[in-house]
Design a protein around this ligand. Sequence first.
Ligand SMILES: [Zn+2]
Length: 100
Amino acid sequence: MTVTNTFEPGLRTKPEVVHAEMNAIAFAAKHGVATDQCIMITTHSPCFECAKLIVQSGIKAVYYEQAYRLTDGVQFLKECHVVVRVIDVGEEEVRETKAP
Ligand SMILES: [Zn+2]
């Protein structure tokens, strides 16, 4: 079975699609990778449902490049003392993260 994240204009996710944040946390759980005190880097700010899971999984910071159409997820993260930052995920920065 193939699961594809497809977005309609305005970033409205189809109900059957798992958001990238939830998918990443589920992947970590499935493969025994601890998420406590990790930093999550995403293209868009998390929605409220993803934000709840991020808090409960112990992720300490979320960095994203673009704002999602709803901001309640970011507000919730801040209320729960998760660090939230907007970053530029350009080619140059990606190369920097791979450097030793
Ligand atoms: Zn979400």
